[in-house]
Design a protein around this ligand. Structure first.
Ligand code: ZN
Length: 424
């Protein structure tokens, strides 16, 4: 059962080299389950008992089901679709020494840089072309899907301090080699060929590097799994599985995956945007309910903000709080912060603990050391648009923001069970 879930998770992540592919993968699953796609630029006709999803920018997705009876409120799980990577700039090719063609890239999100060196990478994302049939523009997903580029280290003989600390500069040290000089002028042609369009028709693109190493289950008894983008596709996957498994009877059930968490969420499709608010209020309007009905429901609603958490690292045990220490395969981590960077409070912690007890799922707690700032997530940002009782949680992992992260095989199942209970 656990291994099966882990294999499904690894497949889902492998099919999701970028946020656009992650949303496409979820769209495919929801469509196969009989959900109806809604478009933001068309009128919605929502019915009691109906199942729907809507996307924004092709990189954020909200799926929901409406109870048959009058709804009591809304139950929402929010996670994020994006991960730190390198984005390919306009005019992507740079010639070097008359012998190499490198790609000009910039950092996306706060990544650990060193593990991007010396491993095969590929390129995926989307290109934008004019839609000749319908008018306007259309987005085509691309995934080169083979070992394509590499960021080689400098030999140790030329930098004896290389192991002291990695101070790599993205612009100087980390532009991936794409080919020898014969590759000049071919990169965008390769992208166009993969997208199945003439190169001159590509008017825009959002392309990223990704790690080609496949995910794996490992350890003495297969207790660990490692993969790219576990933050936060592990939570997005578990949220979707629990959402589909739940009965979704009394509350508006909402599976929400937002883009751009890694760069502060302040985009039209991020947690700081109106995407969730717009969707929830449109559902109410379409059901013939009022703004006051929405606010009444909001007061009886709950959100689980699900974004991966830090497990104690065996070589750096002093980096964790003395009493709130989470471990891989120890269960769902409830995150606390006095500054409310994590929006868990006494009430939402109580509601979530009770939920996990009913689901038979273990929980652990995480608080940053009092002298460490720690990270941030999307719960408190989303609350500025849709203000409701919220708990911040995550699954314990190591090496967060590395291109190859490590988590536990049991924890995905714990979050699926908790989500199923939440969406009962
Ligand atoms: Zn995250």
């Amino acid at each position: 059962m656990e291994k099966n879930i882990s294999q499904q998770l690894l497949e889902f992540i492998e099919n999701s080299p970028t946020c656009f592919h992650a949303v496409q993968a979820m769209t495919d699953i929801l469509s196969a389950e009989g959900f109806t796609e809604l478009k933001e630029n068309q009128k919605w006709h929502i019915e009691n008992g109906g199942r729907y999803f809507v996307t924004r920018n092709g990189s954020s997705l909200i799926a929901f089901t409406v109870p048959v009876q009058e709804m009591k409120g809304m139950h929402i799980i929010a996670s994020h679709s994006d991960s730190p990577s390198f984005k390919i700039k306009e005019n992507p090719e740079l010639e070097s020494e008359g012998h190499y063609i490198r790609l000009n890239v910039e950092g996306y999100g706060g990544m650990i840089r060193a593990p991007w060196f010396d491993r095969p990478l590929s390129v995926a994302g989307r290109v934008i072309v004019k839609d000749k049939a319908q008018g306007g523009f259309r987005s085509i997903l691309v995934d080169i899907g083979r070992d394509l580029v590499m960021i080689p280290n400098l030999a140790i003989h030329m930098d004896r301090q290389i192991n002291d600390s990695c101070k790599c500069n993205i612009q100087k040290d980390m532009l991936p080699i794409y080919g020898d000089l014969s590759a000049k002028g071919t990169f965008m042609k390769l992208i166009a060929d993969t997208a199945g369009v003439p190169e001159e028709e590509i008017l825009g693109h959002d392309l990223f590097l990704y790690n080609r190493q496949k995910g794996t289950v490992w350890g003495a008894s297969g207790e660990f799994l490692s993969c790219s983008r576990l933050d936060d596709l592990q939570c997005a996957f578990a949220s979707l599985k629990g959402f589909l498994a739940g009965k979704r009877q009394e509350y508006l059930a909402v599976h929400c995956v937002l883009d751009n968490e890694e760069v502060g969420s302040g985009t039209k499709q991020g947690a700081a945007s109106t995407f969730l608010y717009d969707t929830l209020t449109r559902i109410h309007t379409s059901l013939g309910l009022s703004q006051e009905d929405y606010l009444i429901h909001l007061a009886d609603s709950f959100m689980i903000s699900a974004d991966n958490a830090h497990a104690v690292h065996p070589a750096h045990t002093d980096k964790a709080d003395p009493a709130n220490r989470s471990y891989i395969n120890g269960g769902i981590v409830i995150k606390f912060s006095a500054s409310q960077k994590y929006c868990t409070d006494g009430v939402s912690a109580a509601i979530f603990r009770d939920l996990c007890q009913r689901a038979g799922v273990p929980v652990q707690t995480f608080v940053n050391r009092s002298d460490m700032a720690g990270g941030s997530t999307l719960g408190n940002i989303s609350n500025t648009q849709v203000a409701l009782n919220t708990v911040d949680i995550g699954l314990p992992q190591l090496a967060m923001h590395s291109p190859y992260e490590t988590a536990g095989v049991k924890d995905t199942g714990y979050l699926i069970r908790a989500a199923e209970e939440f969406f009962c």
